[in-house]
Design a protein around this ligand. Structure first.
Ligand code: AN7
Length: 372
C-alpha cells in the first residue's frame, strides 16, 4: 500500500471512531446548554479510569480505581465546570471573568478565558499558591492579584467586588458559587458510570469548598433518575487535618496543612457536602499530612500516577478506612485524583527527591554509576 493510502486509512479509522468528543456536546442532554451555546473545548473530560491493581492490593482494596483528572487540559478537574461556565459567559456577551482561587480554578479560568478572548482577573492568597498553578494563570495572560489572609479572604474580596458592581466594568464570577461550575463538573460521575458499567460502591474525593463532592453526587443521581444506572455510591470526602472545617463542625480561621495547597476554612458548599454525606450514607473525615504524603508517594511508585498532594487525600482516606475495617474489601472504589503532580514541583522536590547519579557519557560510565 502507498504511504498516502496508509495515512488516509488511519485518518478514516480515527473519523469512524469519532474524533475526540466535546464534553458539552457529549453530555448535552444533562447540561444547561442550548443551540446558542458555543461549543467551546480545549479537550476537557474523558479522563482515564485506571484500575490500580498494585496499590489496591497493598491497601486491601483490590477493586480500587483512580479517576485521573490531572489529564484535563489545565491539569485539574476544574476544566469540566469552567468550559461550561465560560461557554455560557461567551453566549451572554461577558467580557471579564473573575475568581478567587487556591490555584487550580485560576489556571482553568485563565486558560478558558484566553481561549474565549476574555479578560481574566484572579485573586490569590499571597504566597500560598503552588508554583505551576501561578505560572499557568500568568502565561495565559490573566491578571493576578495577591492578597493577604488566605483563600477565604480572597473569596470575600471577590464577593465584595461583585456585590458593589461598577457599571463600566461588569464582572462574571467563575468560582463554584456559580452553579454552572457544579453542572459541568458532574460529567465526571457520568464517565465513571460508563467506564464501570454502573455506579461504584464508593466514590472518594478530596474536599475543599465542597463543589466537587456536590457535583459528583448530582451526576450519579442524574444518571439514576434517567434509569442509566440502578444505584448511587456511598460518598467519602476527605480534608487535610488542620484544614478540615467540615470534620471539626466549624469554620477554621487559619487553616493549616503542609501537604496540600488547599487551605480553606469556610467552604462555599459546606452544607451541601454534609447533605451528600447523609443522603449517601457516607463520611467526611480528616487525614493527616503524613497520610496524604504517603499516598502521594505510593500513587507515583505503585501506579505511575503523579497527582498533586491534595488529590492524594482521597487515597489516604480510603487506605485509612480500609485499615479500620470500615470498607468491604470486595467493594468497587473510585478515588478521584483531582490534579496533576507537576502543578506543585516544590512539594515533589521536598517529599520525593532521590537525587541524581553522576556519570561519564559512556556505557561504562553509566554502568559504574548504577553499580552494575
Ligand atoms: C487539586 O482552585 O479551591 O471541594 O481555588 O485544587 O470542589 O473545592 C481547588 C480545590 C481538590 C477541592 N483537589 O475541591 C481552587 C480550589 C484539588 C483542588 C480541591 C481543589 P472542592
Amino acid at each position: 500500500m502507498r504511504m498516502s493510502d496508509v495515512l488516509r486509512q488511519l485518518r478514516q479509522q480515527q473519523a469512524t471512531a469519532g474524533a475526540r468528543p466535546r464534553l458539552l456536546e457529549r453530555f448535552e442532554a444533562f447540561l444547561p446548554v442550548s443551540d446558542a451555546t458555543p461549543l467551546l473545548s480545549l479537550g476537557e473530560g474523558f479522563t482515564p479510569l485506571v484500575h490500580a491493581r498494585s496499590l489496591g492490593r497493598a491497601i486491601g482494596c483490590p477493586q480500587l480505581h483512580l479517576k485521573v483528572e490531572g489529564q484535563n487540559p489545565t491539569g485539574s478537574f476544574k476544566d469540566r465546570g469552567m468550559v461550561l461556565t465560560v461557554a455560557r459567559a461567551l453566549e451572554d456577551g461577558v467580557r471579564v471573568l473573575i475568581c478567587a482561587s487556591t490555584g487550580n480554578t485560576a489556571a482553568s479560568a485563565a486558560a478558558y478565558g484566553a481561549h474565549a478572548g476574555m479578560e481574566v482577573v484572579v485573586v490569590l492568597p499571597r504566597g500560598q499558591v503552588a508554583a505551576g498553578k501561578l505560572l499557568q494563570a500568568q502565561v495565559a495572560g490573566a491578571r493576578v492579584v495577591a492578597v493577604d489572609g488566605g483563600f477565604d479572604a480572597a473569596l470575600a474580596t471577590v464577593r465584595a467586588l461583585i456585590d458593589d458592581p461598577d457599571p463600566r466594568r461588569p464582572l462574571t464570577l467563575v468560582n463554584s458559587v456559580n452553579p454552572l461550575r457544579i453542572e459541568g463538573q458532574k460529567t465526571a460521575a457520568f464517565e465513571v458510570c460508563e467506564d464501570l458499567g454502573g455506579s461504584p460502591d464508593y466514590l472518594a474525593v478530596p474536599v475543599g469548598n465542597a463543589g466537587n463532592i456536590t457535583a459528583y453526587w448530582r451526576g450519579f443521581n442524574d444518571y439514576r433518575s434517567s434509569g442509566l444506572v440502578e444505584t448511587v455510591p456511598v460518598m467519602l470526602g476527605f480534608q487535610a487535618a488542620g484544614a478540615a472545617p467540615l470534620v471539626d463542625g466549624s469554620p477554621v480561621d487559619e487553616p493549616r496543612t503542609v501537604a496540600t495547597a488547599i487551605r480553606i476554612g469556610r467552604p462555599v458548599s459546606g452544607e451541601s457536602a454534609l447533605r451528600v454525606r447523609d443522603e449517601s450514607g457516607g463520611r467526611i473525615e480528616a487525614v493527616t499530612d503524613e497520610q496524604i504524603l504517603d499516598a502521594y508517594r505510593d500513587l507515583a511508585r505503585y501506579e505511575g500516577i503523579f497527582c498533586e498532594p491534595a488529590s492524594a487525600a482521597s487515597v489516604a482516606g480510603v487506605r485509612k478506612l480500609a485499615a479500620d475495617g470500615a470498607i468491604d474489601p470486595g467493594a468497587t472504589i473510585v478515588c478521584v485524583l483531582t490534579g496533576h503532580g507537576l502543578k506543585d514541583p516544590d512539594t515533589a522536590r521536598r517529599e520525593q527527591a532521590v537525587g541524581t547519579l553522576d556519570a561519564e557519557p559512556t556505557a561504562a560510565g553509566v554502568r559504574q554509576a548504577l553499580g552494575w
